[in-house]
Structures are given as C-alpha cells and as structure tokens.
Design a protein around this ligand. Structure first.
Ligand code: CAA
Length: 246
C-alpha cells in the first residue's frame, strides 16, 4: 500500500521538490497550500500531471488550528490514514531587531512554528494507533546558528527542533519517528527575495560556494520518510553545503 503523505507549504519552492520526490518514491502525496493560492494550486497540479505525477492539493491556513484539523481530518476520511507529515510551510519577515514590529514577529511564529502544533496534533493519535508515522519538520541552518535580520525566523526554526526532540520521545516506542531537516540556503523564491549583495555575500561564505537545489533537500526528506530510516528519531539532519557544522 502506498504511504499517504501530506506536505504543508507543498506548492512552494522546497515543498514542490519534496512532493515530486515523495510521489516518485511511490507515496500518495497531498500538497497543502494557503486558501489564497487556489488558482496557483490548480496550475501547480496540472504541471505535476504533465510530469506524469498525480498529486492532489488541499487548501488550509496552517496558522489556524481549526483549519489544520479540518484538513487532516479530510485527508484521513478520504485516504483512511496519514502516514507521513512534512511540516514545510514557512515565511520570512526579515528585519533587524530594532526595526522589527510585533506583526512581523507574530506572523513568522504563527506560520513557521505554531503551524507545526496545528497540523501535527490532529495527525498524531492516528499514527500512534496504527503504529507507524513519519513526521519531518523543515527547519533551517538559521535555526541552528542564528542569522542577522532573522530573530523571528531563527527563533521559530530553533523551536521546531525542540518540538522534534520532545515528540520523538513520545513516538519512539510506537513506530512513529520525528525528525528535523535543516536546509541551508536553497535556490527558491525565498532566497531570491534577498538583496543581491547580501545573497552574494552569504554564498561566498558557504564552503561549497553555491546554494542547494531543492531536490538535494528533498532527497534527505525522502530518506527520513522511508522505511529505511526506522531507527532514526529526534535527529536534526543538516543539508547546508558545509555552512554550519556541529
Ligand atoms: N552582520 C553584521 N552586520 C550586518 C550584517 C551582518 N550579517 N548585515 C548587515 N549588517 C549591518 C550593515 O553593515 C549596516 O551597518 P551600519 O548601520 O553600521 O551601516 C546595518 O547592519 C544595516 O542595518 P539595517 O537595520 O539598516 O538593515 P537593512 O535594512 O540594511 O537590512 C536585512 C536588514 C534585510 C535583514 C539584511 O540584513 C538581510 O537581508 N539579512 C539576511 C537575512 C537572511 O539571511 N535571510 C535569509 C532568507 S532565506 C531563508 O530564510 C531560508 C533559510 O532557511 C536559509
């Protein structure tokens, strides 16, 4: 039986690569998008179909517990199970802290961190009952080392891994693993939004002297989603071209 996988932020730069890879690996993949992205989701789904992949989309605001619960319950009602959850939805609101407003702090904590509670909570009990689950939280190198201009983002991303380590202990004896992947700078719209000079300076500091391709991050997620990773839980897997080692 194909595993059922939900990828939040599934039509974004990284989310798209993750959906494609999991579908190529034989999973039944559902890509979450924000309700405001309905038109883009239709185009996205058609693009995947043109690549020979059947991936459905589901709209829900993952910063809302009620909407996230509805989404997860809909998926379980339709597919009977949810085996793999990739918490990938994320935004940036980069500002030096002296300029950061409460709205910019709250938006990033809501979308990047509270979403992880909102979506995982309704998925969790079914995974425990069925004795199988894979939760993969997409954090960031900047959650591990901090980043100038990203107090909000770094806090949310570091928080994700604290969540991973706590929940990994609750799932370990029940066949449910919980892991973090911490990508470095990746070639997506999120990094393209940075000032060119700032981006060039960051790339020059990466030992591999280049950004990641989204598929290189997706490969790590596919491994943690697979049956081969059964004995790995509570881990934080860096995929960062050597930018941060510890
Ligand atoms: N370290 C130290 N000082 C720095 C600095 C750094 N990395 N970057 C800027 N500064 C200094 C400048 O030299 C300048 O100094 P002076 O005031 O003495 O001249 C000062 O900070 C500029 O301060 P401002 O408040 O005016 O900042 P700004 O508006 O020019 O820029 C910023 C702020 C937009 C946040 C910019 O610093 C920036 O883009 N930083 C990078 C943020 C980043 O890496 N984002 C990642 C996005 S991708 C992502 O998040 C995915 C992922 O997981 C990796």
């Amino acid at each position: 039986m194909a595993r059922i996988a939900l990828v939040t932020g599934g039509i974004g730069g990284l989310g798209t690569a993750i959906c494609i890879r999991l579908a190529q690996d034989g999973c039944t993949v559902i890509a979450n998008c924000h309700p405001s992205e309905a038109a883009a989701a239709t185009e996205w789904q058609a693009a995947r179909a043109a690549e020979g992949l059947t991936i459905t989309t589901i709209a829900a605001d993952v910063s809302s517990f009620d909407d996230s619960t509805r989404m997860v319950n809909d998926i379980i009602a339709q597919h009977g199970t949810l085996d793999i959850l990739v918490n990938c939805a994320g935004i940036t609101r980069d500002k030096t802290f002296r300029k950061m407003e409460a709205a910019q702090w709250n938006a990033v904590i809501d979308v990047n961190l509270n979403s992880v509670f909102n979506v995982t909570r309704p998925a969790w009990e079914g995974m425990l009952e069925r004795g199988f689950g894979r939760i993969i939280n997409i954090s960031s190198v900047n959650g591990q080392r901090g980043q100038f201009g990203q107090a909000n983002y770094s806090a949310a991303k570091a928080g994700m891994h604290g969540f991973t380590m706590a929940l990994a202990q609750e799932g370990a004896a029940k066949g449910v693993t919980v892991n973090t992947v911490s990508p470095g700078y990746t070639d997506t719209a999120m990094t393209l939004a940075m000032d060119d000079a700032v981006r060039a300076s960051i790339i020059s500091g990466i030992p591999m002297r280049r950004m990641a391709q989204p598929a290189e991050i997706a490969a790590a997620i596919a491994f943690l989603a697979s049956d081969d990773s059964a004995y790995i839980t509570g881990a934080n897997l860096p995929v960062n071209g050597g930018l941060f080692m510890h």
